[in-house]
Design a protein around this ligand. Structure first.
Ligand SMILES: *Cc1c(COP(=O)(O)O)cnc(C)c1O
Ligand code: SF4
Length: 352
């Protein structure tokens, strides 16, 4: 595998129509304007079952006219990231960690993307000045322990630009834990090369974590697993953030298989996100009540290691909170706590 291997990326409905017979709903996306662009790398395209218009891989990548449907409770920026921006590209929402928007470009544009106010908006990678501005903020805010390099997809940058980015942040803060957030192993695993991974090995004063996004077990191809393994073998642990998506993974069997496959591939399931209230994504949203039932069923089936945390990022910038149906029931009298076991039985634990 060499870096010069070029994978084709499809970017228009006309190109898609040649490979997949588009449905009327998909074709009608062409009448909408100003929405998230199309990009599907040939690797991801090859995973689509062409005979199934509802294929879980297809609906994550091929847009439909439903992206033009807006609900009144939806917002373009429900996490209020713009309000929490402290420099052009740096979001400081939680005291101990920040998110840096490396670029708005992605290898693939996921139709459920929650950051579509920014993603694919033709702004391009952060400039050297913008990176330095963020680095100087981090120098002055030592309470920040972790930075998420996100976007967009940081792995769309050239190796040279990635090395520049890391070296500026490392120079400012040797002690900063760096999370490499990327959908690349799923979208276009051949982008992950030995040369790319070796960049991170040069900056070893504080750990890196690879944060992937796999939403369906079929995305965990041998190529994808090999791509992630290169990081893990280099001492960079891998964690996965899935989004709970209607028609993709909103059933216990699919989620169970996904999480077990992740763990087997040395990728720890970290979060399972409830869909954010982002404009044009309502067709993907699963009711929280259903999500809680799935979480409960998964807790019965999966090991603690394979179990992700189901969480929601609350609207109006309320932040992330865990979603778990309570196992602690109301307190009985004054001497004991009442519990419901995972199997639905009653138990008590003394208060003192
Ligand atoms: C999710 C998020 C983080 C990281 O949160 P963790 O719960 O630590 O994974 C940091 N900054 C922003 C803006 C986020 O949305
Ligand atoms: S890779 Fe991430 S940022 Fe890019 S479109 Fe998909 S979800 Fe959005």
């Amino acid at each position: 595998m060499h870096e010069d291997i070029k994978t084709e990326t499809l970017t228009t409905l006309a190109q898609l129509d040649k490979h997949l017979r588009l449905t009327d709903e998909e074709r009608a996306f062409g009448t909408l304007e100003g929405l998230l662009p199309i990009a599907i790398p040939s690797h991801f395209l090859s995973l689509i079952d062409k005979d199934d218009p509802n294929d879980p891989i297809r609906i994550q990548a091929v847009p439909t006219m439903h992206e033009g449907e807006y609900l009144s409770e939806e917002d373009i920026d429900p996490l209020a990231e713009a309000d929490h921006s402290v420099t052009a590209r740096l979001i400081h929402r939680y005291p101990s960690r920040v998110a840096f928007l490396v670029t708005d470009v992605c290898a693939m544009y996921c139709r459920h993307c929650f950051r579509r106010r920014f993603t694919g908006s033709f702004q391009g990678p952060a400039s050297r000045a913008e990176i330095e501005e963020a680095a100087s903020y981090l120098k002055q805010h030592r309470q920040v322990k972790e930075i998420l390099l996100t976007g967009g997809d940081m792995m769309t940058l050239t190796n040279e630009k990635i090395e520049e980015l890391i070296s500026i942040f490392r120079q400012a803060r040797e002690d900063l834990v760096i999370r490499l957030c990327t959908r690349m192993p799923a979208a276009n695993p051949l982008r992950i090369t030995k040369e790319l991974v070796s960049i991170f090995k040069k900056f070893n004063t504080a750990p890196f974590y690879l944060m992937t996004q796999f939403n369906h077990p079929r995305e965990l191809t041998p190529e994808a697993v090999t791509a992630v393994s290169m990081f893990v073998d280099a001492g960079i642990p891998a964690m996965n953030q899935s989004v709970l998506l209607k028609g993709v993974n909103d059933d216990a069997d699919t989620l169970e298989e996904l999480c077990n496959k992740l763990i087997f591939s040395r990728i720890k399931p970290y979060y399972l996100f409830q869909g954010d209230l982002v404009k044009g994504t309502s067709h993907f949203r699963v009711p929280i009540q259903r999500g809680l039932a799935l979480e409960k069923e998964l807790r019965r089936r999966l090991s603690g290691l394979a179990m992700p945390l189901y969480a929601v990022d609350l609207p109006q910038g309320g932040g992330k909170i865990p979603l778990i149906e309570g196992y602690l029931k109301e307190s009985s009298g004054c001497n004991a706590w009442n519990f419901m076991t995972v199997e639905g039985k009653k138990r008590e634990y003394p208060k003192q």
